[in-house]
Design a protein around this ligand. Structure first.
Ligand code: 13P
Ligand code: ZN
Length: 274
């Protein structure tokens, strides 16, 4: 079947548009990758182009050897994906060792996968080892999360707790919390290693003064995760704009009650006394 007729492909394009509509994707900001299921890779095999040359990834992800990914192109605009996917996204295949990739579909007028490919693939590898159902890594330039990285200490426990307090559903949607990466040069092995280390513990990693990475099992869940954390950040920005001392909030014991009723585990490290 034609690549563009595949349900996963349509959902990928829809997710790019939804993120763009949220204002998270100025210019070429942000990127998205989806790890194809074996049957999805089989279904598109006859529609692939002649493969381009193998290129070094700059990192190695042996657990993902020979897998296929749908990824946004570097320098491409999310706002253009829906109307012109062939020129803005590509399917890549990894070599057996997980050290090289080659483009097997898309980016027809030229280009390469996102410059954040090392972070995407290292995150995919960590998540696939934890649970093979993880399929998506989503990077967005989330305005309010970025704003908070200028005023909150860059600590996992502070970001997690402050964001949890902003909406009752937050601890249910991201019970493991969020990790924070201090400012680093993007696009390389070092930031990829740091981010993927956090992905061993969390589904969300914040890059200071840059944006957010989310990992998820399907398109709705991954978009919903990013949407929820960014919405919490928006509320926190509003609260901090009014006051830096809340009159009332959700207290540790209330989080514990919520955890029992909603059947989630909330790590005690985030329920500290302030
Ligand atoms: P790309 O255009 O290479 O995907 O880069 C955008 C970005 O958000 C870098 O962090
Ligand atoms: Zn970015």
């Amino acid at each position: 079947m034609n690549v563009m007729e595949q349900p996963f492909f349509k959902e990928f394009c829809k997710m790019c548009q939804m993120g763009f509509d949220q204002g998270w994707y100025e210019r070429n900001g942000g990127n998205l990758s989806y790890r194809l299921k074996d049957e999805e890779a089989d279904a598109i095999r006859n529609d692939l182009d002649d493969p381009k040359d193998w290129k070094e990834i700059g990192i190695s992800v042996p657990a993902l050897g020979k897998e296929y990914f749908l990824v946004t192109g570097s320098g491409k605009y999310f706002g253009n994906v829906k109307d012109d996917p062939e020129n803005n996204v590509c399917v890549i295949e990894l070599n057996v060792e997980g050290t090289k990739y080659r483009i097997v579909w898309g980016l027809e007028s030229g280009g390469v996968p996102t410059s954040e490919l090392p972070s995407h693939l290292m995150n995919h590898e960590v998540k696939a080892k934890i649970d093979p159902e993880y399929r998506l890594i989503y990077h967005a330039h989330t305005t309010n999360i970025i704003a908070l990285t200028f005023v909150l200490p860059l600590e996992d426990k502070v970001f997690t707790r402050e964001l949890w307090e902003m909406a009752t559903e937050c601890p249910v949607v991201f019970p493991d919390g969020v990790g924070v990466v201090e400012w680093m040069v993007p696009g390389g092995r070092k930031i990829a290693a740091k981010t993927s280390k956090l992905m061993e513990k969390y589904d969300l990693a914040i890059w200071a003064h840059h944006g957010t990475f989310a990992a998820g099992k399907d398109f709705d869940l991954t978009f919903g995760l990013m949407h929820t954390v960014e919405k919490a950040a928006e509320i926190l920005v509003k609260v901090l704009s009014m006051t830096n001392s809340k009159r009332q909030t959700i207290e540790p014991d209330q989080f514990r009650k919520l955890a029992t009723d909603f059947n989630v585990t909330l790590p005690e490290e985030f329920l500290y006394e302030k």
